[in-house]
Design a protein around this ligand. Structure first.
Ligand SMILES: NC(=O)c1ccc[n+]([C@@H]2O[C@H](COP(=O)([O-])OP(=O)(O)OC[C@H]3O[C@@H](n4cnc5c(N)ncnc54)[C@H](O)[C@@H]3O)[C@@H](O)[C@H]2O)c1
Length: 257
């Protein structure tokens, strides 16, 4: 049987890497994108060692031509693209008046423009094939504003918004569009966020993360990339065919005192 093909951006580490390994186990041929060549290649090699087919593609999702080039390369190699997971993103703790124009621009270039270019390029290919699934990385910060992460939060609200709009527009083409909204996931990204909060609140490494978990996460522990893979595996599978336009929160029951 023909294997389905998934392309995952920012899959060299963290959540994207976990999703790549899970979809490989689910039986997909998985294409690993990242700006970090070494990380992308290592994940692709790991999938091949597990018996799957994989390919690493270095591309910056904030560059439209690189995103289109990446989708073309996927189709040249595997003839199709069934699942596009726009996972690549950056975060940055900054108070509103400390955010420079360059920082604001970079945040939107990667987290919004990057996800949008992937949506455009992947859906064009999927329309030619008669369908597909697009899955975007949003965040709890895209469902509720997060102080000191305002520009990040704004990008994730944008992702939730165009996930809903694109779902309506692309439904007649057999394409579903959904998003996942994690909470506090123990990856390099949260290490960076922890350092950022630590700087403003004068806390030692790890303390901001611990404090946020204690105050906000009902299940009382940090989320791991593994906690997210089940829902994304479902969104990538035929079982989710009737679900579209949803941004699903998976955050250990976060409350905001
Ligand atoms: N970690 C969390 O707590 C958390 C919570 C909610 C949402 N998210 C979202 O989940 C996604 C993955 O987060 P993570 O924690 O694994 O982050 P991470 O920083 O650990 O990994 C992100 C990966 O994306 C790559 N990347 C960055 N810019 C890129 C670009 N322009 N083009 C291609 N690749 C690029 C990086 O090289 C890195 O490998 C992000 O969109 C993030 O906003 C994370």
């Amino acid at each position: 049987m023909l294997k389905k093909v998934a392309l995952i951006t920012g899959a060299g580490r963290g959540i994207g890497k976990a999703l790549a390994l899970r979809l490989a186990k689910d039986g997909f041929n998985v294409v690993i994108n990242d700006i970090n060549k070494n990380d992308a290649q290592k994940v692709a090699e790991e999938i091949k060692r597990l018996g799957g087919k994989s390919l690493a593609i270095v591309a910056d999702v904030s560059k439209k031509d690189e995103v289109y080039g990446m989708v073309t390369e996927v189709v040249q190699e595997f003839d199709r693209l069934d699942v596009m997971i726009s996972n690549a993103g950056i975060a940055h703790v900054r108070k509103i008046h400390d955010i420079t124009s360059e920082e604001l621009e970079k945040m939107f270039q990667i987290n919004v423009f990057g996800v949008f270019y992937c949506l455009q390029a992947a859906s064009e290919q999927m329309m030619r094939q008669g369908g597909g699934k697009i899955i975007n990385a949003a965040s709890v910060a895209g469902r509720r504003g997060a102080a000191n992460l305002s520009h990040y939060s704004g990008t994730k609200f944008a992702v939730v918004g165009f996930t809903q709009a694109a779902a309506q527009e692309l439904a007649p083409h057999g394409i579903t569009v959904n998003a996942y909204c994690p909470g506090i996931v123990d990856t390099d990204m949260w290490k960076e966020i922890d350092r950022g909060f630590g700087y403003y609140l004068n806390l030692k490494e790890g303390e901001a993360m611990e404090d946020s978990i204690r105050k906000k996460v009902s299940l009382g522990r940090a989320e791991t990339p593994k906690d997210i893979e089940g829902i994304v595996s479902y969104l990538a599978s035929d079982e989710s065919d009737y679900m579209t336009g949803q941004s699903i929160v998976i955050d250990g029951g976060m409350v905001f005192p």
